[in-house]
Design a protein around this ligand. Sequence first.
Ligand code: SF4
Ligand code: SF4
Length: 93
Amino acid sequence: MTPAAGPPAVAPLAPRSWSPLIIASEYCKGCDLCVAACPKGVLVLDGTAVNRLGYHPVRLTDPAGCTSCAFCARVCPDAVFIVLAAPKGALRR
Ligand code: SF4
Ligand code: SF4
């Protein structure tokens, strides 16, 4: 009789970087409203990229500096942002 097999070994998940914002940058029109509204100064228009609409799209420069306040999402006329709450225990500055 063979011993009962235990639960299958599960490999630990590799740590992944987490971002509080999902940015649909292809829909950004580069109006700069969110950049001006962000109290943490962590949004910029990316001068190194051009989206399919022909604009420099917004980019989050520092995920750890974002507080998920959602001011950017409120002012954006094109619903480019989805703002996520920080995971429990996440460090915020
Ligand atoms: S959620 Fe708030 S802190 Fe984060 S990028 Fe938007 S405006 Fe800035
Ligand atoms: S407010 Fe919206 S459309 Fe304007 S720059 Fe920011 S993300 Fe782009």
